[in-house]
Design a protein around this ligand. Structure first.
Ligand SMILES: NC(=O)c1ccc[n+]([C@@H]2O[C@H](COP(=O)([O-])OP(=O)(O)OC[C@H]3O[C@@H](n4cnc5c(N)ncnc54)[C@H](OP(=O)(O)O)[C@@H]3O)[C@@H](O)[C@H]2O)c1
Length: 329
């Protein structure tokens, strides 16, 4: 790939800054355009990262010349609408996690991508990190034997802000969709879709899950034990247990630079990976690789996987009784 790939960003918030920094360190990639609800914010973001175009509304990016793909970094509740808008204009999309609020929205996003023959991928960056690739390779090589269980958590203390996207139900708040998605993703990746799903949550004063505990059981006896919380900092580690040993993804496991293969006798074999970026360059490279090969979805993060992931999140939400305002209208 020698052509310079022109990225656009919708929703220049916290994660968009990290993504833009990584685009600056990704070969053959540049930030070309940014769209904000505010022209000032768009100009300031574009100036910071050397983008050629700054738009004061999201719609304007659709007419941007020479744009190769759009990264959608708005809050969860914007993903569906902003993805559909880009796909209908024929623009390839990398959309932040969770892909949308629920499976119905994701189904429509996938149908729209197919109807417009346009690339679409969920920005589940952990899928593309060297540690995840190594874990899958070790499992595939039988290093831990038959996989029996996954145990993973993700917790941090988020200052209480009822208007902020983590606590506000209007913005799809709660621990599950924001960070619980990572342990659920790992269980789905390694064990597949469960046969039984159980969950309990603490629903806070704003009506979203501030903490969620999940148990998955598979008909052949495998299990997943998962936890997310925005009330407390937890170890945020993941373990994949097999008959012959375990894979330990070190803290914080969704973005680790190290991991261990631990034998049943307790001997660890450590792996270290030295990244030069925030870790978002790997997913960006995957999009660029897919588009340069004419693919409409990523073989590593296919749309059917994203649909299963959101269906699992829906099933957990049904267990904990969490319905978002726009779903009950
Ligand atoms: N992959 C990761 O590691 C990772 C990490 C953090 C977050 N995320 C995901 O990225 C998304 C954004 O998270 P963030 O932490 O970057 O959020 P954020 O800092 O609040 O930024 C979101 C941006 O979206 C725009 N926006 C559009 N409608 C909005 C609304 N109604 N309320 C507030 N902002 C609105 C705003 O930009 P303008 O007003 O300028 O348009 C805002 O700056 C979330 O879906 C989250 O799950 C992913």
């Amino acid at each position: 790939m020698t052509k310079t790939f022109n990225w656009g960003i919708i929703g220049p918030g916290r994660i968009a800054h990290k993504f833009a920094q990584d685009i600056g360190h990704t070969e053959h990639a540049r930030l070309h355009a940014v769209a904000s609800r505010s022209e000032d914010r768009a100009r300031s973001f574009a100036g910071q990262y050397g983008a050629s175009y700054a738009f004061g509304s999201y719609e304007e990016i659709l007419g941007c010349p020479d744009l190769d793909a759009v990264y959608i970094a708005s809050p969860h509740t914007g993903h569906y609408e902003h993805t559909l808008m880009c796909l209908r204009a024929g623009l390839p999309v990398l959309c932040e996690k969770p892909f949308a609020l629920n499976a119905n929205q994701v189904r429509e996003m996938i149908a729209t991508a197919r109807e417009h023959d346009t690339f679409l991928m969920e920005a589940l960056w952990t899928r593309f990190l060297p540690t995840t690739l190594k874990a899958l390779e070790l499992i595939g090589n039988g290093a831990i034997g038959q996989v029996l269980a996954v145990k993973a958590d993700f917790g941090f203390r988020a200052p209480f802000d009822p208007q902020g996207r983590l606590y506000n139900p209007q913005l799809g708040g709660g621990s599950l969709l924001d960070i619980g998605i990572y342990p659920v993703f790992l269980a789905l990746l390694v064990l597949g879709y469960p046969d039984t799903i159980k969950a309990l949550a603490h629903i806070g004063t704003t009506g979203v899950d501030e903490e969620c505990g999940m148990l998955f059981r598979y008909s052949d006896g495998r299990m997943a034990h998962l936890h997310s919380t925005i009330r407390a900092r937890t170890k945020t580690e993941a373990f994949i247990y097999g008959e012959e040993g375990a894979i330990h993804l070190h803290t914080r496991w969704h973005e680790p630079t190290s991991m261990s293969l631990v034998s049943n006798e307790g001997r660890p074999l450590d792996f270290h990976f030295d990244w030069k970026t925030n870790g978002y360059s790997y997913e960006a490279q995957e999009v660029m690789r897919c588009l340069s090969s004419g693919l409409k979805e990523s073989p590593a993060m296919p749309l059917r996987f994203s649909l299963s992931l959101i269906a699992l999140l829906d099933a957990i939400r049904a267990e904990i009784g969490l319905v978002y305002p726009e779903e009950s209208e």
